[in-house]
Each structure stands twice: as structure tokens, then as C-alpha cells.
Unconditional design. Structure first.
Length: 142
């Protein structure tokens, strides 16, 4: 398959966008795990990307080293997803389909969650969202 110049440019741009978003997701996961120190073993990370005007997410497994107390994390799968829909519908889906997991959110996503009437503050940077279908612990480092 031969790509013309425009198709190559589009693919390069898409790759750069994916790398930037992956770096942002990994950065917020790392920063939040360091600040919190006590994340659930399985967390979703959601960010809002201003440049693409979309929400992106990825799932991670977190492990705490019992000797050093350092937290390591790894993607559960290689997928980083662009998620369509509003924040409220995404949160409802997470509560319903992934009970007892955590959510790490950037400031834009966290702001949308905090506007909910069923959020309680657990501690600084840790909120609990209660729904009939379950509970979602939300963490933010911003």
C-alpha cells in the first residue's frame, strides 16, 4: 500500500497525538500514585485533551512493593481509548461495569464529577461517588 504525502502527514500527526496523550495519562497515573500511596489495584485513568477536544482513558494495574513502599503500575492492556460521550455517561458506565475499581481523573474530568450531588470527600485528592449501581473512588493529583 502506497500512501500519498497527505496520508503520511495525517498518520504522523495521529502518532504524535497518541504519544502525547499516552505520556499525559502515564504522568497523571504516576503522580497520583505517588501522592496517594494507597490506590486500588485496578484503576482507570481519564483525561480531557484540549487539542482534540476528546476524553481518553486507559486501565492500569497498581502494585505496592511491601519492602520499599513504592508503587509501580502497568497498563492492563495496550489500549488507550478515545471515549465518546459526556463525562457523566462515562462515569455511570464505570460504576456499573467496573465496581470496586478506582478512577484517576485530571482536573477537567474531576470538576465534572465534583458537580454531582452524590460525591463525598474522603481526603484531599480522594472523592467517593455513590450511585445505586455502585461506588467509584475518584483520585486526582491536580
Amino acid at each position: 500500500m502506497v500512501l500519498n504525502i497527505n496520508e503520511r502527514a495525517i498518520r504522523i500527526e495521529e502518532t504524535v497525538i497518541r504519544q502525547r496523550i499516552c505520556e499525559k495519562i502515564n504522568s497523571i497515573a504516576s503522580k497520583t500514585s505517588e501522592q496517594t500511596g494507597n490506590l486500588p489495584p485496578h484503576c482507570h485513568v481519564l483525561i480531557f485533551d484540549k487539542e482534540t477536544d476528546r476524553v481518553y482513558g486507559r486501565s492500569f494495574r497498581f502494585k505496592k512493593n511491601s519492602n520499599t513502599h513504592e508503587i509501580s503500575f502497568e497498563p492492563i492492556n495496550g489500549l488507550m481509548m478515545s471515549i465518546s460521550g459526556n463525562v457523566a455517561s462515562i462515569i455511570e458506565m464505570l460504576v456499573e461495569k467496573f465496581p470496586h475499581t478506582g478512577l484517576i481523573a485530571d482536573s477537567k474530568i474531576a470538576k465534572g464529577i465534583l458537580e454531582s450531588e452524590s460525591v463525598s470527600v474522603v481526603e484531599d485528592g480522594h472523592f467517593r461517588l455513590k450511585r445505586n449501581s455502585g461506588i467509584l473512588d475518584v483520585y486526582t493529583s491536580e
